[in-house]
Write a protein that binds this ligand. Sequence first.
Ligand SMILES: [Zn+2]
Length: 332
Amino acid sequence: MPNLRPSPITPTVDFDADGVQHGFLRLPYSRDDSAWGSVMIPVCVIRNGEGPTALLTGGNHGDEYEGPLALYDLARTLDPNDVTGTVIIVPAMNYPAFRAGTRTSPIDNGNMNRSFPGRPDGTVTEKIADYFQRHLLPRADIVLDFHSGGKTLDFLPFCAAHVLPDKEQERKAFAAVAAFSAPYSMRMIEIDTVGMYDTAAEEMGKVFVTTELGGGGTSRAETVRVARRGTLNVLRHAGIVAGAVETQPTRWLDMPSGDCFSFAEDDGLIETMIDLGESVEAGQVVARIHPVGHTGGAPQEIHAKMSGVLAARHFPGLVKAGDCAAVLAVVE
Ligand SMILES: [Zn+2]
């Protein structure tokens, strides 16, 4: 680990003080319209004495809304008398992206979930990542990071954790996924783990839980309900909020290999041949990509490389070569 300079971020809250504090992670950002300006990332700390610490984040990607909806709400309503330990809530982690309604930051094009461990002397996004890496993650016992599909994917609503080399850490993560009680629970693999917040938390030995709760650049009433219930369930499971976990039926899904992912090889108009949650057999056509530059061309057919259910699909209508077109998962 190189000897890094201090983070430029100053919190306006005291993470070790009891009670409810609403404040900011203030990140200096000098620019044309504000010479000595700052990015003000909202943060809430709810603490009641000694106990475990939960770090709850939404808006890691700026166009995913279930997490921010659940977490702004929790910050407003959670009574510290109902808490043992500490809850740190950052509803919009990549706040510039969240305000722009985009996946990545309009300031530096930074994708928060590819920017870890970050840099204290890097771009705005890298500076936020560095603050989480060196100041917030080390405080946490359990980390819940909300995602959805954003503007270009749509998912079955699931809570997920990763298969890990440390089997005890993995067991704890999947116990928290079970407590979340989303309609689906996923044993998840990633296309590319480098730079992910997930990886940073897991390599620090934290219990890390994530979600994909829908997508399309919006939220639905049902997926927001899932996010709210799941957040409280994870806090109950961690012993931070009193009361029993309100379990709901869940279907466990597994992503056994990279064969889950299908990518478009042409630009065009995508036609998904099955809907989310429907079953496919290996070899079946899951999507067709119709050429649009001329008439008379045959569509590119995307065949399932394995049997399973459709867990995610491209959204909405047009795709480019290289886009993720479909994700399959196996029902356990
Ligand atoms: Zn995301």
